[in-house]
Every structure is written in C-alpha cells, then in structure tokens.
Design a protein around this ligand. Structure first.
Ligand code: SAH
Length: 389
C-alpha cells in the first residue's frame, strides 16, 4: 500500500524547509485520506521528503510540523522533551522550583505547554493533534520526572478552532489544589483551579528579580498585580510600601497570602480590588515606582487600534501619578502589538503627560521561554523600564 502523504504546493514549501512549524491550508496541494489529528509525512511537489506533521482540516493552520527529518515522529517528540527538560535543569532550576518545561513551538512541540511547580506538573494542550498525543506525552513526563500530580489547564478559547472543547481537570496522581514554590529565595503559593495561565507568571521571573534589585526606598504601585509577584519582589528589595491593584478578588486574596508568607513586618501594604484605569484617576499620593502589567489588550489583529488606545491611557495615567526621578516598568503581552509599536504608544503617553522619559532597560523573557529562531510567532512579551524625570 502506498504511504499516505501530504504534498505541498510548488513555491509554498519554503517556510517548512526553513523549519517553521505551521502549514497553512493554502500551501497544501493534496491531502490523502486521514482522520483529523493524524500524523502524516510531508513532501514537496517534486516528491522530496520534508518531515512529519499532525493535521486538522478544521484549522486554518492545517498542519504543525513535529520533525523536519526522517526521525519517527514519536521518537522525535521524546527527544525534544528530553532536550527541553535538560535546558531547564541547566539554566533555570538553580533559580526556581517552578519552570516552564515545554514552551510549544519554542521547544519544537507545537500545541503543548508543560509547567512544573515543584513536584506538580500542569499541562496545556492547544490542538487536536497534540490532544491525540497526550497519552504519549504523559507517559514520558511520568517516567522522566515522577511527578506527584499532573493537572491539565486547557481553558484556551483557540481550542474551539480545532473542534475541541475547553478543558480543565486533574489527570494523574494526587489531586493537588495548590503548591508553594520558591524563586530566588522568595516564596509563592500557586493555585491551579481559578488561576490564570497555568497558575503563575513564570515568564516574568527575571523582571521580578529586576524589580527587587531597584525597589529600595521607593513607594511602589503594582497595577494588574494578580497574585502579587512584583509586590513581594519589591518589598524583598526594600520598598517603603507597595499598593497592589487588581480587578480580581481571588487573585488579591492569594496576593495577601503571598505577602504574609514572605513576612514584611511593620510595612503597610494596601491591596485594592479595582479597575486599574479607575484607580489611577483617583486622588492619590505620588509614587516612585509604578509597575503596569495589564492583560493582553489585543487578542486579535483587529483589536490593535483600541488596544493601543488602552496602553496609551494607562501609561499616561501612571505617569501623572509619578514623583520626580521615578521608575515605570511598563509591559505588554499582546502578540499583535510589537515592540516598536509599543514604544510608539509609550512615547505618545509620555508626550501627553509632558514628562521627560528615557528607556533604561528593555524586558527580558525568562530563560525557560525560548523563542524558536525559525518560528518568531511565539514572541509576545515586551516591556520597558523607564526613568521619569
Ligand atoms: N503582573 C502579574 C500578572 C498580570 S496578569 C504577575 O506578576 O503575576 C493581568 C492581571 O490583570 C490579572 O490578574 C487580571 O485579573 C487583571 N486585570 C484585568 N483587567 C483589569 C483591570 N481593568 N483593572 C485591574 N486589573 C485587571
């Protein structure tokens, strides 16, 4: 029997030759009979073998490459998992007991995120192809890492485009509600149910470290604080006090526990359930250090214009509450607002607030969030540390 093969159109195979993971439906010349989620070999129109991908007709990204050579796909998945885990062991484990072990395409495993919180793993599956591979992935994770528990947090709206429902639940081992992690000597509680992302913003690890190193003696405002990561970091670095603002009550109640866990006696820290835009319009004392880490305002390309308006407003409002020689750490996690555009928006905010502003640092994504050079679409976070005259 002839092997089932996906053939790409002439002149449409260049991205795949350049190790990009996505095959758009428009690049496909012919598909064999297959079931959505199957892994199939991929060839050029001239019949040259290019690698293997899983396919789903329901998605505009019809295929996602698992390997770019003749390695059997399941073998390749195992190898990529081992390489991903080794990278974290070498570079991230000394800093924290919590790490992103697998960062999707960034680790050559499209549609999969695996985060480790001590001996608990949390996985996120975005695609049907990866959903079908879940038993294989779980098998490797269990045999390599012996976790106490595995939880799945696939509450991702993009799953609908794959014909999958959103899903969240306990998968393996003990049913654990929360764990305590350590990062550069600081302690944080992570809850899995009711959480955002997989529980904690691991991507901000190096930014928390930066905040800690420059917070001494400063009056700090942490807007969009979630469970208080930056608040704890600032206080550990000697901040005079921190006001923490978030619209989510449950997030703030965990922030309160995280502040208590790290013990900052005698320091009065306010936790405010509020819309950050509304809070910044209140009559407030001036701050010396403001952190703005809003949710992604642009979830789709068509949201970019209103999103930029939101970023400009929140940055202008923050600048209006800033004392002289202040610091503003401003972040954006909207993939569609790239760094030059975000810089432009912050420039407009500074001009409207009539403040002298200079960039003194650009953001650093934590080491466990690799961006595949061949697949820059996984880039999303950008930010500036600004010195405000
Ligand atoms: N900086 C955080 C992560 C921020 S996630 C950390 O270090 O962990 C974005 C947060 O913004 C979420 O906690 C969400 O509840 C909150 N949020 C969303 N819209 C908001 C609004 N309009 N005002 C205040 N908080 C908001």
């Amino acid at each position: 029997m002839k092997e089932r093969t996906v053939i790409l159109k002439k002149n449409r195979d260049k991205p795949i030759r350049q190790r990009h993971h996505w095959i758009f439906s428009g690049a496909v010349q012919s598909l064999p009979d297959f079931e959505d989620g199957d892994i199939l070999p991929v060839t050029s129109s001239a019949g040259e073998f290019l690698g293997s991908a899983y396919f789903n007709r329901k998605s505009a990204i019809i295929g996602r490459m698992l390997c770019f050579d003749g390695t059997p796909p399941l073998k390749s998945i195992e190898q990529r998992l081992l390489v991903a885990i080794a990278l974290r062991r070498d570079l991230v484990e000394p800093a924290s007991t919590a790490q992103r072990l697998v960062n999707g395409e960034g680790d050559g495993l499209p549609g999969l995120v695996v985060d480790r919180y001590g001996d608990v793993l949390v996985i996120q599956v975005a695609t049907l192809g990866m959903e079908k591979l879940k038993p294989v992935i779980l098998g490797h994770l269990i045999s390599t890492l012996s976790p106490r528990s595995i939880y799945e947090k696939s509450d991702l709206p993009i799953r609908r485009e794959e014909g999958l429902p959103e899903f969240e639940g306990h998968l393996y081992g003990e049913d654990v509600e929360s764990v305590e992690i350590q990062e550069y000597g600081l302690r944080f509680l992570v809850e899995f149910r009711r959480s955002q992302k997989t529980g904690f913003y691991l991507d901000l690890r190096e930014m928390r470290r930066l905040v800690r190193s420059i917070a001494k003696g400063r009056r700090v405002l942490n807007c969009f604080c979630y469970t208080g990561g930056f608040s704890v970091a600032a206080l550990a670095g000697g901040a005079t006090f921190v006001d923490s603002v978030d619209s989510s009550e449950p997030a703030l109640s965990l922030a309160k526990r995280n502040l208590a866990l790290n013990g900052f006696p005698g320091i009065e820290n306010r936790l405010v359930v509020a819309d950050a835009f509304e809070f910044l319009r209140r009559d407030l004392p001036l701050y010396d250090f403001i952190i703005l880490d809003p949710p992604a305002f642009a979830k789709k390309k068509m949201d970019v214009v209103p999103a930029c308006r939101g970023y400009k407003d929140i940055n202008r409002l923050a600048l209006s509450k800033m004392g002289p020689r202040g610091l503003l750490l401003t972040l954006s996690c909207s993939h569609f607002v790239d760094e030059p555009l975000f810089q432009q928006v912050v420039f407009q905010a500074a001009a409207e607030a009539a403040r002298g502003v200079r960039i003194i640092q650009r953001h650093h994504l934590a080491l466990d969030h690799p961006v595949n050079l061949y697949h820059p679409e996984s880039e999303y976070l950008k930010g500036f540390l600004l010195y405000v005259e």
